[in-house]
Ligand binder design. Structure first.
Ligand code: ACO
Length: 326
């Protein structure tokens, strides 16, 4: 049976940099607090006209060029986001048009920060079933347009960006070994955006009450994330019969340095085996894991036959892991 293999990646982040010192001027916060509590120094923010599909397009073009393929040969486009260009059509369809990927089916995935890994599980199933052979999977977000820039609890955390991967069917042993996805909708109120859907359609009231912005119970989310991710990564390696000492690189969702360190420590991993780039980008939700994967590859931190573990956690609540032999 064929397995799914990432053959190339690409990523893109907007040019505009917003530092912690810039945020000190708009909310009651300090550079010191943000670095100590999150590890973030700066984030990239889209310009007014820049959309999620624009970022997704740039990351995808790089991945397509690096794969040396033609966009018309892509069978399926999966785009993970909760900040799409508009509620309908799917941003994946807009991306398909921009790429001129005429043969592809296209749809969006809504799993917040876990979206890229949910996408990997969908790609994996289609490839194993023989339905599709070549898939473009993208995680892209413009969180800045759904961030309340008066709320210091959230505005210091998020950034914009996109990461893309070309996934193909492979007959060898190298590729995606396992992928696990989980959700707990009972905890939806930890992290949500209340306005704009059928529950609270856009209105003067939703606008006046800032309901179109991301709301988060940070501390509860933090505690649930640490507990859940520690178990998730241990289970992923146990199931595969791989000892953590054999792991070459952990690529975690880039939400908070303290969450990342706790997960690494549970596996007994030295931080040199953990990909961290949240210092530059903050939390880019569905884009976080594919941007980190792309940068790890570009930095030469992943070699053939390396075991690489990806994990993520986000709104839903959702969480997921993926283990690969590169
Ligand atoms: N600057 C200064 N002080 C602040 C700031 C800020 N930017 N933000 C909060 N504070 C204050 C709070 O008001 C609070 O003050 P109080 O004690 O007087 O009430 C104090 O700092 C401590 O607040 P906590 O929320 O307890 O701080 P905590 O250590 O938990 O850190 C944080 C907050 C960074 C949000 C952390 O909880 C976190 O990272 N949570 C997880 C986020 C996450 O992983 N989300 C999932 C993915 S996101 C997605 O799916 C889109």
């Amino acid at each position: 049976m064929p397995i799914a293999k990432i053959i190339s990646t690409g990523s893109y982040a907007p040019e505009k940099v917003v530092t912690n010192h810039d945020l000190e001027k708009i909310v009651d916060t300090t550079d010191k607090w943000i670095i100590e509590r999150t590890g973030i120094n700066e984030r990239r923010i889209a310009t007014e006209g820049e959309t999620t599909s624009d970022l997704a397009y740039k990351a995808s073009v790089t991945a397509i060029e690096r794969a040396g393929i033609n966009a018309e040969s892509i069978d399926l486009i999966l785009l993970a986001t909760f900040t799409g260009d508009m509620p309908m059509p799917a941003t994946a369809c807009l991306l398909q048009s921009m790429l001129k990927a005429k043969s592809a089916a296209a749809f969006d995935i809504s799993a917040a920060c876990s979206g890229f890994l949910y996408g990997l599980s969908i790609a994996d199933a289609y490839i194993r079933a023989g339905t599709f052979k070549r898939i473009l999977l993208v995680g892209a977000e413009v969180l800045s347009k759904f961030t309340d820039w008066r709320d210091r609890n959230t505005c210091v955390l998020f950034g914009d960006g996109a990461g893309a991967a070309i996934i193909e069917a492979s007959d060898g042993d190298n590729g995606l070994l396992s992928v696990d996805i989980h959700s707990n909708g009972d905890m939806a109120s930890l992290l949500y955006m209340p306005g704009g859907g059928s529950k609270n359609p856009p209105s003067r009231e939703t606008n006046d009450n800032s309901m179109h912005y991301i709301k988060m119970k940070g501390n509860e989310t933090f505690r649930f994330a640490v507990r859940t991710l520690e178990k998730l990564v241990v289970d992923a390696l146990d199931k595969a019969g791989i000892d953590s000492s054999e792991l070459s690189l952990l690529i975690p969702h880039q939400a908070n340095m303290r969450i990342i360190s706790a997960t690494a420590s549970r596996l007994g991993l030295d931080m040199s085996k953990v990909m961290v780039n949240l210092t530059k980008y903050g939390n880019t939700s569905a884009a976080s894991v594919p941007i980190a994967l792309d940068e790890a590859l570009m930095e030469g931190r992943i070699k053939d036959n390396d075991y690489v573990l990806l994990e993520a956690f986000g709104g839903g609540i959702t969480w997921a892991s993926a283990l690969m032999k590169w």
